[in-house]
Design a protein around this ligand. Structure first.
Ligand code: SAM
Ligand code: SF4
Length: 346
């Protein structure tokens, strides 16, 4: 990999910070490195997905160069996601290039959201490149149900991935999407599992993104209800812990561990939004739940100087909307946004 992504844009003259029209500083970039995945989770994808032609994708060098532009403009945290980030060929090259910004103090954290299927293979490399924390998505502890919700996933591989990641020294947070009629009765067991292994657990409401086979009203489980159910067997104490993200945390007194709730549908968290999302084709979405986007690929390929691309990024941030307006109901069966979560990576 060339070194064009490792600091070329870190000129102090460009380091003015990204602040949107509502005064929110954008310090967090999520990068979807591929729209492909080795699973087909029922709430995320249709079984028969059409993926982007590989020729549309930014190269790893280009993704690295874009990350460098954002870092020079004040982004302090980058999360690689997907699709499944670890199925992108040679992904470690990108992790290494971005990780170098941590070494030189320009980036606080490089992290990753993964389904865990390839973790056993990559855990040591991730740690060596500067990754210290990862999110692993896991919706059930039952191998049969796991196969049903992921359609293609192998539970034992994910468990081996979690073992390998912990052995490598990576701190793990589990993300669990709450799916009505599927995993609500299992959540107490998942809390005990996660906390017993020193992992936080965050519960997520399903969001109406992209066409899937299932009816989203059948999948949607408000976390307010789940929380009320959990309070019958656990003592949940509000926690001041915050990661700058949308999760609200409680401490589960019985386990001593942390439990997060991400409630885009029942509680709007946009007022504190500090993030933007870049897709693997170089499209920048300023909000997960809106369609407005900026084409950074054209700007990236049109110019190799240090000025044009940062200007395009500034212009995009000046259009960051106030928030999303997700709705799930039986009248509007269309998803709130037509792209799948695997495009912008959640
Ligand atoms: N493949 C990786 C994984 O599963 O962790 C990274 C990408 S995945 C799109 C990121 C997160 O989004 C996962 O935790 C997944 O469960 C969640 N997700 C996908 N579709 C969703 C939806 N429609 N509503 C809520 N969460 C969703
Ligand atoms: Fe793949 Fe993650 Fe979507 Fe599941 S949630 S299909 S693992 S991208």
């Amino acid at each position: 990999m060339s070194d064009e992504g490792s600091g070329r844009y870190a000129s102090p003259a460009l380091d003015k910070g990204l602040v949107d029209p509502f005064g929110r500083a954008v310090t967090y970039l999520r990068v979807s490195v591929t729209d492909r995945c080795d699973f087909r989770c029922t709430y995320c994808m249709a079984e028969d997905m059409t993926f982007l032609p590989k020729s549309d994708l930014l190269t790893l060098d280009e993704l690295s160069r874009l990350c460098s532009v954002f870092i020079a403009k004040g982004v302090r945290k980058i999360r690689l996601t997907g699709g499944e980030p670890l199925v992108r060929k040679n992904i470690v090259q990108l992790v290494r290039a971005v990780g170098q910004h941590i070494e030189r103090g320009a980036l606080d954290e490089l992290t990753l959201t993964t389904n865990g299927s390839q973790l056993a293979r990559y855990a040591d490399d991730l740690y060596a490149c500067g990754v210290r924390r990862i999110n692993v998505s896991l919706d059930t502890l039952d191998p049969v149900k796991f196969r049903a919700i992921t359609r293609w996933g192998d539970f034992s591989k994910v468990m081996a991935g979690i073992d390998a990641a912990q052995s490598a020294g990576l701190k793990i947070k589990l993300n669990t999407v709450a799916v009505k009629g599927f995993n609500e009765s299992e959540i107490p067991q998942m809390i005990r599992f996660a906390h017993g292994r020193g992992m936080d657990l965050t519960l997520i409401e399903t969001m109406p993104m992209g066409e899937i086979e299932a009816d989203r009203t059948d999948q949607f489980l408000p976390l307010s209800k789940l929380r009320a159910d959990l309070q019958r067997q656990f003592t949940l104490t509000d926690s001041p812990y915050a990661t700058g993200g949308p999760a609200r945390y409680v401490t589960v007194e019985e386990t001593g561990g942390r439990l997060g709730f991400i409630t885009p549908m029942t509680h709007n968290f946009c007022e504190s939004c500090n993030r933007v999302r870049l897709t693997c084709t170089g499209t920048l979405y300023m909000c997960l739940g809106q369609n407005d986007a900026a084409d950074l690929r054209t700007a990236l390929r049109a110019s190799h100087d240090d000025h044009y691309l940062p200007q395009v990024v500034d212009e995009a941030i000046s259009r960051k909307p106030k928030g999303h307006d997700f709705v799930i109901n039986r009248l509007t069966r269309k998803p709130a946004v037509s792209r799948h979560m695997s495009v912008t990576g959640g």
